[in-house]
Design a protein around this ligand. Structure first.
Ligand SMILES: Cc1ncc(COP(=O)(O)O)c(C=O)c1O
Length: 410
């Protein structure tokens, strides 16, 4: 399970095995991402046993956007009860290059080219339609090809807040379903919803109830038997730890991070499973899909850097910049870093670990589990696989290579 105490536990494990880990890491050039398929498999197993196990007929479609590293996708594709969720042509191509035949194609404003690729791969792909325009376009394209595709429709409800850019209003679902059912090459099968950054079950439960009530309403009842899946998306957080300030000077080091405790995975699954049994199941026997992203990819990558320069006892510069992760994440987000050359259970505080880009916001953190800092020391940031590798950008510096670990690191 991924939470803050697990992170501290991870640091203890790393420090306990410091010498061995340091030796293993010698062979990798910095800066780099280290792909940890062993940690990834642990996350997949956790999701299956802590989550899917509690909900009959449930499947997870890993959200590629959270980390699209190809070896990672290949591991996920082979897992039981797991498929892939692609949100662009680029991601769909990556998904099709794996062995998976359970691929969702999601995302707003899909192009003709994207839909054509999905249609060509009709045996492996389910298209999550985002609008009435897409439905019409899909009808025209499938008529040309004379290929029947499986499709779902993304909806939003009053619980979706700012996420109403996606999908159609649930109020229009019956009209959408009627149109889709009249098209000869579209097999409309499911309803998709996604909400993000959840630290509890409230939204999922409200949405399950809302969808269930709608499906049983007189307007939709004639179609209810054709619903084969309900997709509740991803967005499961087990903690949030963020700063909420803007730095004004070099001495401006946060004293603490805002920490919002999430819930363990099984505490999501049990109530969601219960709501499905109570509201949906009596009238509907369908599959339940989820699209977990960060909860699967978080542990799959570590970042390894080296100390490149030391300016003062406060200012340390590492040999990679935040372009590696694409955003100034660590200016505000809690992440432990360990000096794997000189690990210590005590945090070295009141320092700023900067990156080597020409911008002061390029920060890797404000402390380090380190005895002292010397040029050439290696700094490890464990479990940094979610929304980092996919955000990386060639800003000032180029992009580092990713390495695959050959054995369990810690
Ligand atoms: C449609 C959809 N599904 C799944 C996800 C994955 O969310 P998370 O990584 O928070 O689990 C996202 C993320 O934005 C999304 O847009």
């Amino acid at each position: 399970m991924y939470d803050l105490s697990m992170m501290d536990e991870t640091v203890r494990k790393i420090i306990g095995n410091g010498k061995k880990i340091n030796k293993t890491l010698q062979r990798y050039q910095t800066p780099t991402y280290l792909f940890d398929k062993f940690a990834l498999k642990e996350s997949i197993e956790d999701f299956r046993t802590e989550f899917l196990k509690h909900i009959p007929n449930s499947f997870a479609f890993y959200a590629i956007k959270s980390n699209h590293y190809q070896p990672l996708l290949k591991v996920v594709a082979k897992e039981k009860q797991f498929g892939l969720d692609a949100s662009s042509k680029k991601e769909l191509i990556l998904a099709l290059q794996t062995s998976s035949n359970k691929i969702l194609f999601t995302g707003p404003a899909k192009t003709e080219e994207e839909l054509k690729l999905a249609i060509e791969n009709d045996k492996r792909v389910i298209i999550q339609i985002d609008s009435f325009r897409e439905l019409k376009l899909l009808n025209a394209l499938t008529k040309k090809n004379k290929k029947k595709v499986r499709a779902g429709v993304r909806i939003h409800t009053r619980f979706h807040g700012t996420w109403t850019k996606f999908g159609i209003d649930i109020k229009d679902l019956a009209r959408f379903w009627k149109d889709a059912s009249s098209y000869p090459f579209i097999d409309i099968q499911g309803i998709q919803s996604h909400t993000s950054f959840n630290t509890g079950t409230k939204k999922y439960l409200s949405i399950v109830k809302e969808i269930s009530l709608y499906l049983k309403s007189p307007g939709f009842r004639p179609f209810i038997k054709s619903v084969k899946f309900i997709d509740l998306g991803g967005g499961f957080l087990t903690y949030k730890a963020e700063g909420d300030y803007l730095r004004k000077s070099i001495n401006d080091i946060p004293k603490s991070f805002k920490y919002e405790k999430g819930i363990p995975l099984s505490d999501y699954a049990k109530p969601i499973g219960k709501a499905i049994s109570k509201y949906l199941r009596p009238s509907l026997q369908c599959d339940i899909f989820f699209e977990p992203g960060r909860i699967i990819s978080q542990k799959s990558m570590h970042i390894l850097l080296e100390i490149a320069d030391i300016k003062s006892n406060k200012v340390v510069i590492l040999d990679g910049g935040n372009n590696i992760i694409g955003w100034e994440k660590y200016e505000e987000t809690y992440v432990p870093s360990v000096n794997i050359t000189r690990p210590s259970e005590q945090k070295l505080k009141n320092i700023i670990l900067y990156g080597n880009l020409c911008t002061p916001s390029d920060i890797w953190g404000y402390f380090c589990f380190s005895k002292k800092m010397s040029v050439g020391d290696r700094i490890l940031l464990p479990y940094q696989g979610a929304y980092t590798y996919t955000y990386r950008q060639e800003f000032i510096k180029g992009l580092p290579k990713a390495y695959d670990l050959h054995k369990k690191l810690f």
